[in-house]
Design a protein around this ligand. Structure first.
Ligand SMILES: Nc1ncnc2c1ncn2[C@@H]1O[C@H](COP(=O)(O)OP(=O)(O)OP(=O)(O)O)[C@@H](O)[C@H]1O
Ligand SMILES: [Mg+2]
Length: 251
């Protein structure tokens, strides 16, 4: 089943009628199926964040449509898109965006607190997710007194707590050292496999991308190539490196 379909997507920050400006995203088509774990790669400035922002409804395409679970979110008002995002999508960012004055548990619980959910339901969900991501023993600590990897996994729990259909992650390992990054990605893979959640993740890091099952390379505003992980992760990593080399290097 298709969970996300982008058709003839064009993004131009200067507006539609500025013919001299270049389209950041230039007529891109893509379909993401339920349960897929897709990494988006491309050099800095190639439009990865721009693309994720259109997929999440944070930003609107200049032209084209983004359908999520059959709903054309490009046709919704800003307020409607915000509600849709809150109810259906989970977002993870490079800098975690955790509130320093709240414990990890309180941070993760926040979306459900805002929704007015019952305490027992929130406690149960926090326990399940914190145990799954192996941070249950640090749940009462503050973001500044845990490791970056633990902080990002708490941010991941916050993204998962509303049972989203899709997780969108923009450079989630960008602030982690390589060991923490690998650990984080192995948990992303676990979530994808155990909870069948569709994951779409932008990354510069070829090792991080090798944990996914499909890598999409973007260049000059469009799809340059895409490859599927049909073998072991090491071989897949080598193929990712080959594609990056053909495309013009990893930066
Ligand atoms: N709000 C904006 N207004 C104007 N131009 C923008 C805006 N946001 C991004 N751009 C431009 O769009 C292009 C794509 O940016 P984007 O942030 O999507 O790239 P990226 O692939 O995520 O890069 P990075 O890997 O550095 O995060 C860049 O040239 C950037 O300068
Ligand atoms: Mg970016």
């Amino acid at each position: 089943m298709e969970v996300l379909k982008a058709s003839n997507l064009i993004k131009n920050y200067s507006g539609l009628f500025n013919y001299n400006s270049q389209n950041i995203i230039n007529g891109l088509n893509i379909t993401i199926n339920e349960g897929e774990f897709t990494a988006i790669m491309g050099s800095s400035g190639s439009g990865k964040t721009t693309l994720l922002n259109m997929f999440s409804g944070v930003d609107k395409p200049t032209i084209g449509d983004v359908e999520i679970m059959g709903l054309n979110i490009s046709k919704l008002t800003d307020d409607e898109r915000a509600v849709f995002r809150r109810e259906n999508l989970g977002m993870i960012f490079q800098n975690f965006n955790l509130l320093d004055d709240l414990t990890l548990k309180e941070n993760a619980a926040l979306p459900l607190v805002i929704q007015g959910k019952k305490r027992e339901e929130i406690e149960g969900k926090v326990e399940e997710l914190f145990k799954l991501l192996n941070i249950y023993d640090v749940k009462d600590k503050y973001p500044t007194s845990v490791s970056k990897g633990q902080g990002q996994r708490a941010a991941c729990c916050r993204a998962l707590i509303t049972n989203p259909k899709i997780i969108l992650a923009d450079e989630p390992t960008g602030n982690l050292d390589s060991k923490a990054a690998k650990k984080f990605m192995s948990y992303m893979k676990l979530i994808n496999e155990e909870k069948k959640i569709t994951i779409l993740l932008a990354t510069h890091d070829s090792i991080a991308a090798s944990y996914s099952s499909r890598v999409i390379f973007i260049k000059d505003g469009n799809l340059f190539a895409e490859i599927y992980n049909k073998e072991d992760d090491k071989k897949f990593h080598n193929r990712i490196l080959d594609c990056l080399a053909i495309m013009g290097g990893e930066d």
